[in-house]
Design a protein around this ligand. Sequence first.
Ligand code: ADP
Ligand code: MG
Length: 728
Amino acid sequence: MSTLRFHALKQIYNLKPVLIEEKVRRSEIFGANVFKESTMRQYLTKEAYDSVIDANVNGSKIDRVVADHISTGMKEWAISKGATHYTHWFQPLTGATAEKHDAFFETIGGGLAIEKFGGGQLVQQEPDASSFPNGGIRNTFEARGYTAWDPTSPAFIVGTTLCIPTVFVSYTGEALDFKTPLLRALQAVDSASVAVCKYFDKNVKRVNASLGWEQEYFLIDSGLAMSRPDIVLTGRTLLGHSPAKGQQLDDHYFGTIPNRALDYMRDLETECMLLGIPVKTRHNEVAPNQFELAPIYDEANLAVDHNSLLMDIMDRIAERHKLKVLFHEKPFAGVNGSGKHNNWSLTTNTGVNLLGPGKTPMSNLQFLTFFINTIKAVHDNEELLRAAIASAGNDHRLGANEAPPAIISVFIGEQLTKVLDELENVTDGKLSPEEKTDLKLNVVGKIPDVLLDNTDRNRTSPFAFTGNKFEFRAVGSQANCANPMTVLNAIVAKQLIDFKKQVDALIKKDDMKKDDAIFNVLREYIKKSRNILFEGNGYGEEWEKEAKKRGLSNNKTTPEALKVKKSDKTVKLYEDLKVMNRIETIARYEIEMDEYALRIQIEGRVLGDIARNHVVPTAVRYQNILIENVKGLKDIYGDDFKNLASEQMNLIEEISGHIESINSNVTKMTDERRTANKIEDIEEKADSYCHKVKPYFEKIRYNCDKLELLVDDELWPLTKYRELLFTY
Ligand code: ADP
Ligand code: MG
């Protein structure tokens, strides 16, 4: 079998680079494959165009007759671009994107055919929902699922297929996807923010959440990746000894991008441009063969779609370059894993970033209002935010000295800490004119200046303020951003609603001026949220102890972290905001628990297979060679052979020891897996996989990796870390 490894390695030397020519400026092709506003103007009647824009801006419904016009225009445009098929593109709870292609082509009798795409086909489709995770929603209601057009995210063409972004819901209306709750959470944060903005500016009509994600990934030669069953089936290596050189020289981070990777990136970026994904930065990450790509931020729903689409096309383009993209949070032990920072802010229709300080004391008070409310929201819901990023893959990263800990905290920097300290001391009740002037001049008025100096960016914080946005850094690289974005926007919405109630109550009952009331409420929030603020080293052990004293959660594993998702507090939060009903909330909890158990189950099976069917037979083969050698020495040298063969004999015994450990641990792991599989309760089952099955992974790996060091390189069947990480 080792031939596959060597064959794959040899192939790399014969590879010809894929020539990437960029003949036109990127700005010229930007959005060429998107049914964007300027294209719609060309292909739609005015009525149809206005109707899409109105749906976009005001969330209004699109009339069926108008939908017919829109679909016709969309079809004409798509066909002019070479499209032959259309699909409803959606994000089921599998984490991947889903599509089923239908041809425009239709027969009309008499041996004739036309290209057809009606309004009905645009607006609604019925994929078979039963094969997607539904957490019991379908069973409860015996309902089928359907996809419905989301006009707030534009249609686009990939290859020869017109893709229409849709939501995926059951017939009883329960959301079966990631997008529906996200859209509802965005709606909630929009209306809650607008209400609060009215204290400062009556002209604000709409507030959009923005998202700028940063995607980390590994690029591996596809032949090498294919030679590893663990990479093929689990997206990560389950064993493999560390190479002599890893990332210790820090020579990869921001270094020259290897040519093969650069060709891939340029190819990918061209496709991104065509699809209107505004990718902007690319660079090497910390680990060898690890890279990052980030776009210019966008409205959150669109940015989420763009990230899902990006992950999709990254895979497709990689095929062309004989590369494999690894999105897993921890594909290799011993070097850094991958994350996906989510940069988040709120922007008004008047163009103001509510998390960016302004030019006047009043706009700064508005900034502080949103800033402090966000901190309070994170404080009150830290455990839910932790749950939003929980996954089997991310468990390897969080708290592993390379990524934020499993403890959620907020970093705001020295300068803003000082501002909060000052605000914490404002008078209880009405403020004197002197105090107000002082606050305006010396605290609120000074913010823009101080932020310029706020360059200290604590990389160890899971949730950091970085000048004009919060950066949620603990998100996993495989994750669909919709999940963390739904939670973040929902908790901020809930917080802003509470804030407005409290301020209004002070104005009404205590006859306070608006500013006084705002200062009073903010002061209390600062006091209550102190525990979540942390400026120190998030990777340190000290912080774990300190966080425990503060009463912050530290849920290190996914099954632990997910539990809060079905708590009464969470169910009520989503119900009150109309983000999800109880059934939808519980369904997601169950799907995620189940997915966790399944992933560990698959990893356990693959590891057992590799250990028993690849590693042990190879070790035995090598051991036989050694035995032959010892026998030969004995034949030649008679009784003196022991001196000459002592090292070989040690090796023979060592190998036997490792084989024994591997076999007994694989047997024990398999028994635990069998036991876990019989457990009906999903929570107990996930716990069992986490605490009974998974601990064997490290044990089995340990002996396998030792054997890798002992066995003749020529015989070893599994492509080694040094080859995976350092071959371009
Ligand atoms: P880094 O975190 O790597 O230092 P930056 O902080 O400069 O990089 O920006 C990272 C990402 O933040 C970019 O993708 C950018 O588009 C996004 N971003 C910048 N401003 C905002 C904002 N107001 N809202 C959301 N995302 C933003
Ligand atoms: Mg960042």
